[in-house]
Write a protein of this length. Sequence first.
Lengths: 188, 188, 188, 188
Amino acid sequence: MFIYPRLYNKLKRGPQVILPKDIGMILSHSGIDKNSICVDAGTGSGWLTISLARLCKHVYSYDLREDFIAIAEKNREMLALDNITFTKGDVFKKIKETNVDLVTLDMPSSEKALKNAKKALKSGGTVVGYLPHTEQVKRFALKAQSLGFIDIYTVETIVRDLLVRKEGVRPTNTGIWHTAYLVFARKP
Amino acid sequence: MFIYPRLYNKLKRGPQVILPKDIGMILSHSGIDKNSICVDAGTGSGWLTISLARLCKHVYSYDLREDFIAIAEKNREMLALDNITFTKGDVFKKIKETNVDLVTLDMPSSEKALKNAKKALKSGGTVVGYLPHTEQVKRFALKAQSLGFIDIYTVETIVRDLLVRKEGVRPTNTGIWHTAYLVFARKP
Amino acid sequence: MFIYPRLYNKLKRGPQVILPKDIGMILSHSGIDKNSICVDAGTGSGWLTISLARLCKHVYSYDLREDFIAIAEKNREMLALDNITFTKGDVFKKIKETNVDLVTLDMPSSEKALKNAKKALKSGGTVVGYLPHTEQVKRFALKAQSLGFIDIYTVETIVRDLLVRKEGVRPTNTGIWHTAYLVFARKP
Amino acid sequence: MFIYPRLYNKLKRGPQVILPKDIGMILSHSGIDKNSICVDAGTGSGWLTISLARLCKHVYSYDLREDFIAIAEKNREMLALDNITFTKGDVFKKIKETNVDLVTLDMPSSEKALKNAKKALKSGGTVVGYLPHTEQVKRFALKAQSLGFIDIYTVETIVRDLLVRKEGVRPTNTGIWHTAYLVFARKP
């Protein structure tokens, strides 16, 4: 099944990772480019942090747990990336950076980080919540709305593998249905 | 509906464009980064060319039609990108560049460009075919196999919008089902 | 698009109807047969009532609104069905029938009818809720659980049209994504 | 996962069965009712034969293999159905019945049975092909067209399970993506 491209096969995996299908949506829908500064919280195994760092200028990556940061740091070393700053810290309390282009939030109750995310973002910048449950999505989207974010959209990305053979082209019988919803919102 | 992010709303649109959902999959599954050199054919309205140029080092973009290149050139100017080279030319006959990281093919009978794509790619580089029909997918994937490409995968990316409200969270009633299949293949 | 089979094209349509894709799931997953007695509420335009009546022994169909029953009655006449009893009545207050095989509920706050549905059902009988929103689904499924229903399942049925031609087989570009969730529960 | 309703759990299973999601579509889209006569080929484990027999007047079920018919016969006995006639026979050569309402075809190269299916059907009757591959679908649909069938439609039915809990409503992570396409066609 086409879940992990070659690059990701090499990476260490501790806590649950964000899959390339969702990373791709974040890349193409957030509007980031080579000059973008990103904040990613929580770091987890660092897959999203690393994916952003490979394409953007700098990524500031926050997690509460040092053991997760240690896994992500190993992955950073393996790919020899020099534009990631890991911070053990709580984005519910503070995001140090300002004028950033993108804030990605993957943690329980991530709506509690929206206020700080808004402070960190430049005008026109995007926050993205990665949220498995519909209740989380609702809390996040409504909170974003009440904080004055605009262009709020929620999507679910489904990737189907097609089995291609000389005779017998068809979708595969089983597959991944759901990882998480992505909620996008923009600072006016 | 969440189809065109803000950036794309500004762009001119001539021939059929590749949507951000498919661009995202190409970005996250091809393994490209800031140092990557890409070849994109055909240029069309230039959305994929521009998306790649915003994140990669340089994009060489080919089309048979000058009027399409003119539209794409206007879009390039609007975003002030200086790392795109447009060429009026036929990739079935020749791709000048070598040692590139990614070749993207969106044109009828694109399997006929696979031989030149393989010559242009560096070892480990990726070719991606954007193909609406199952018959095209079969021709492309089988040709890639016969030319010695590896890690050949075909996927369809479906993005569902979730309607989020204080009461009444549900998927939207209608949506885009299908744009095209993406066939990924890697040069050994 | 393949939404309404030939039969349904003839029927009158007042309030929002249940589509054949969802009717099919109710038919095949509820376990009803030619000897089954069904209760359907609310009647609406009568499509589900009629679909059940064409295959089962008798259908008792409830609605609060006489104008809806009038539409459904016209549809019944058109198909010359003699095994439907329409009742203007409130299933939140009372379902007269007992020992029935299936109760289908399509109305706001349908979880309020679950207690009466359970009384009406025979042991092993099935109740099905047709519910557009995730919040409704949660209230319905949790209420069913608290009332002692078993085998509680929630599904969403998605039907994709495939465009089939001499050259160019592919899914259609757009389609119906979501009508409603179906919650199935069985009386022990 | 919600694949086999209670009824089907009891049934014996030899060759690959048709799942209730696809049976439901056949029931609701073919327009059959209690008075309908159906032909089902091949019998296989008899799940579709039995599902039809529980709701229709009579089902004539054909298979080339006696061991499959033996399994289906056991399933028939278990449910005490008296309206099924099993025949060891080749529907490519002959379908004895005439004036039937529905012919269902689940076998390799089933387009070869379309001519006999058309003879067997009454005017307005429906033939349904159950076909896993896109190439089979194309052969079946184009053959049906060339034989003068009308209202030819191909669909794929996808059923997603929703996980419903006090907190954490979301689609299940994995699921069944594809069983087969259904091609519907009607005799004018």
